[in-house]
Design a protein around this ligand. Structure first.
Ligand SMILES: Nc1ncnc2c1ncn2[C@@H]1O[C@H](COP(=O)(O)OP(=O)(O)O)[C@@H](O)[C@H]1O
Ligand SMILES: [Mg+2]
Length: 221
């Protein structure tokens, strides 16, 4: 369960202040599938980054399973980001000189990868339909295939929380639908909580929660 409590985020650009979030309060159920929608600039990405502790609120707090992110030490927040949160971005952030398997393993390469973890990475790639592409490099793959590598990378650590910022923004609609099918399937298997920022409401189903943003606030629904 994620509790977002009166969160504001103000960016300072020289003399000017940009109010990305002006007071957002809501809770997100564990295991739920949530869409964050709203116009460009309404604060969707800012909210996602704060929930993932990639950034800190100007005021307010976010509690995850009862733990305040604001009260945590830098080391605790680092551990939360590393162990509990899987991020999927619009640009896939793949390394061009690594093959699919190593791109999935990238967060773990510096500390050394066990055979077990490597097997798991390969299995995840099979799960997302890339079993015949394990040793291809990103430039040898389509956009949809690259995004599926990014999804496998986010899922490698079995995150409790999956945060996706316009994950299908650069994909055609059929590939986008496939990405959502995968996200749903994997989240129901692992009971992960999912938050997806998207422009495209065609992927929303009746059981999903929709969080509408406008001008840094939740819009009335
Ligand atoms: N690092 C930053 N520095 C200054 N302004 C920012 C920064 N990040 C976001 N903003 C501003 O905050 C507002 C909300 O941005 P964002 O959360 O990215 O919106 P969305 O994802 O809904 O398009 C925008 O006006 C944006 O320009
Ligand atoms: Mg955004």
């Amino acid at each position: 369960m994620i509790e977002i409590q009166n969160v504001t985020k103000t960016h300072r650009l020289g003399e000017t202040e940009v109010h990305a979030l002006r007071g957002v309060t809501c809770s997100i159920e564990r295991g739920s599938f949530n869409f964050v929608v709203g116009p460009s600039g309404s604060g969707k990405s800012s909210l996602l980054y704060l929930i993932g502790a990639l950034d800190q609120p100007t005021s307010g707090d976010i509690r995850v399973d009862g733990h305040s992110l604001a009260a945590q030490s830098t080391a605790e927040r680092d551990a939360y980001r590393r162990d509990d949160v899987g991020f999927i971005f619009q640009s896939f952030n793949l390394l061009s000189n690594l093959d699919a398997v190593d791109n999935v393993l990238v967060p773990f390469l510096p500390q050394g990868v066990s055979a077990e973890l490597r097997n798991r990475a390969e299995q995840l790639l099979r799960d997302v339909g890339l079993g015949s592409r394990l040793h291809h490099q990103p430039r040898q793959l389509s956009g949809g295939e690259q995004q599926r590598i990014a999804i496998a990378r986010a899922l490698l650590k079995s995150p409790k929380l999956i945060l996706a910022d316009e994950p299908t923004g650069e994909l055609d609609s059929q590939t986008g639908a496939e990405v959502f099918r995968l996200l749903r399937e994997l989240s129901s298997q692992t009971e992960a909580t999912v938050l997806v920022v998207t422009h495209d409401s065609s992927f929303v189903t009746a059981s999903d929660r929709i969080i509408r943003m406008k001008d840094g606030r939740l819009a009335e629904t």
